[in-house]
Design a protein around this ligand. Sequence first.
Ligand code: BYC
Ligand code: FE
Ligand code: FE
Length: 475
Amino acid sequence: MDVDYDGLIPNNVGLNQDLAVKKALESWHPGYLDWWNDMGPEGFQDALVYLRTAVSVDPKGWAKFGYVKMPDYKWGVLLAPAVEGRTIPFGKHKGEPAWQEVPGEYRAMLRRLLVIQGDTEPASVEQQRYLGATAPSLYDLRNLFQVNVEEGRHLWAMVYLLQKYFGTQGREEAEDLLNRRSGHQDNPRMLGAFNERTPDWLSFFMFTTFTDRDGKMQLAALAQSGFDPLSRTCRFMLTEEAHHMFVGETGVARIVEKTCEIMKSAGTADPATLRALGVIDLDLIQRKINLHYSLTLDLFGNEISTNAANAYNAGIKGRYREDKLADDHGLLNDTYPVLRCIDGKIVEQSVPALSALNMRLRDDFMADTDGGIMRWNKVIERAGLDVRLTLPHVAHHRQIGEFAAIKADPAGNILTDAEWAARRDEFLPTAADAAFIADLMQPVQQPGEYASWIAPPKTGIDGKPGDFEYVQIFE
Ligand code: BYC
Ligand code: FE
Ligand code: FE
């Protein structure tokens, strides 16, 4: 399963034998590069970045490290190996051979899912575009860029499927994916969280912890798809996703570590004092958790969803680890408990399992997220402090679904509009927080040096020593 690196577009899908698709991708390529130059990392396009590139999709040997200028990164089309004799794992076609072509009746549904998935990838690059200027170290700068180029590759992954399987419509969608812009008034990205700002590095680490984890869960559900090319695409994307969450989770952990160190040495928990000492108070970290976690919960869609039911029944989008679950994989007679908002109150209701699939995936997401929070709290515990970070209630600060209609605090207590207005600044980042962070985040570009507010990582990338020059910047 080696990757063909000879042509313009590295791939393991035999593009050289598939000339129509090759041509479509090659004519899309210049527009992609224009988009990358306009909307990708601002100011570092000439820097040499120590990046990993996939040279094979085998679990062991796919990462090769080396210095690359980002616009020269080998974005390509990579699918995980086919599983011989694979069958559709769930829904009403369960047990039939997996589809190698798009089933006509599910064409619109599949296209919509590919476009939504594809849209998030360039959106995140756009959201992170200005962060390079304030990176706390060359190590972190390199990790940002690694995430960015891989999200760019995820766009390629979806564009390949659109162009190969959806003809003219697919090519039009591929163009539109380059035209929408995160946060744009008239032509925004498709899902809410991808039009929010990622204004600073604490937000970046929260985004990669929580929002990239939504990516993991959604990709895992699509990796189960009966449409085999989608399944194979997502399986390979998941191996890249793990690194994004690593960047986020360890990033926050290192910030927490530094804050705790100063809390102990200065013997104070007072936010103003800690800020004066150049670290980020745990209260502000908690407010950022509340913000990014609630924005991410919105990405799972509505509590009750016929879209989700239809996609499952059709064999197009499965559950997290569908292949490891022991039930009938049809769910027609099952129920699932869902938190709903009824007469202004939060109540648990048992609903048909098929229509609750968004919540099932969200529950799996929440369980997965708990591990990360525990690791952050371990850092605080090791410092001998008894504060703890927590995840807010699902009803807190929501814009999609049942709880968009009400206001709730992070513990899930329902508030009146007046109470919310009076207390909002306790829960979510404030203008003063933003001003403090903007002031705090000054670039550190000496190899081996780190900003005051973040601890160095435990180990380097690719086994490199602490003072390794992960990014060579030329003025
Ligand atoms: N914002 O029946 P419902 C990633 C719309 S992240 C705006 O609940 P469904 C990444 C919905 O579209 C993973 N609109 O919808 C991470 C629908 O509209 P229409 C991205 C929203 O389909 C970091 C209507 O409300 N991948 O990869 O069950 C960096 C009814 O809702 C939102 C996917 O999401 C929202 N948040 O659920 C880089 C996988 N939520 O069609 C990358 C593909 C709902 O009635 N997407 N709506 O006009 C899906 O599976 C589903 O579309 C969703 C929504 C789970 C997103
Ligand atoms: Fe991605
Ligand atoms: Fe990602």
